[in-house]
Design a protein around this ligand. Structure first.
Ligand code: MN
Length: 229
């Protein structure tokens, strides 16, 4: 088949202990998945009936972090450290009991956010895309296969900026745990191998400035480091 221009390269990230790469199909994100973060964002009670989902383009990933360009059109770039779930299978209307069968593995990532634009869009009732889906908005670590590490129920999720702890929580505090998250998403989208799910951030989000260094950790599973340029 001929195409009118060269095909873009496939966004992909490394897998620990493997030469094969994880090709990214879609990036799904959930908002308000930790009660304390929902509160710090001014949300009232979090409804378990209506999880807040949004997406980023697959090529927004920055594999293994490194140099992260400060994005255009914002004066308030915020960090959100999150556990990332990588899928090797999918489908529609997946039951929570079989959701983990779809999981390839786990990593840690940053859901980088233009917070000023998000606040402006929220105030007008407009979509968040420009706040969340910009180029380089999804730094993600090397992935760890579930065949190697299992499916973590507890793990410390933390972020240091310039050596100072900004976010620190346990993934057990998620409102929607991974099986429920996959089940809920699959009611809305047909999930596929290659999908990444950013599982929400705990409290402590805040600004990243040019020159800041960061180190994200999902303890015992993945690390991600970089610098805003
Ligand atoms: Mn987030």
């Amino acid at each position: 088949m001929a195409f009118v221009f060269d095909l873009p390269s496939i966004p992909a990230t490394r897998i620990a202990g493997s030469d094969a790469r994880f090709a990214v199909h879609r990036i799904y994100c959930i908002g308000r998945n930790y009660a304390e973060h929902a509160r710090e964002m001014g949300a009232q009670a979090v409804s378990r009936d209506h999880p807040v989902f949004f997406m980023k383009p697959a090529d927004a990933i920055v594999p293994e972090g490194g140099e992260i360009p400060y994005p255009s059109a914002t004066r308030e770039l915020h960090h959100e450290v999150e556990m990332v779930v990588a899928l090797s299978g999918g489908g529609r209307d997946i039951a929570p009991a079989r959701a983990l069968d779809c999981v390839f593995g786990y990593g840690v990532g940053l859901d980088l956010t233009r917070r000023d634009l998000q606040a402006a869009m929220k105030a007008k009732g407009l979509p968040w895309d420009v706040a969340k889906g910009f180029d380089g908005s999804a730094p993600v670590s090397v992935l760890r296969a579930a065949t190697e590490i299992g499916h973590p129920q507890h793990a410390r999720l933390s972020l240091e900026v310039n050596g100072e702890v900004r976010q620190d929580a346990d993934i057990a505090d998620m409102i929607f745990a991974v099986p429920e998250l996959i089940a809920e998403l699959s009611k809305l989208f047909e999930l596929k191998a290659g999908d990444l799910i950013f599982t929400g951030t705990p409290a402590g989000v805040g600004p990243l400035e040019r020159g800041d260094t960061f180190r994200a950790s999902l303890q015992g599973i993945a690390e991600l480091a970089g610098r805003v340029t």
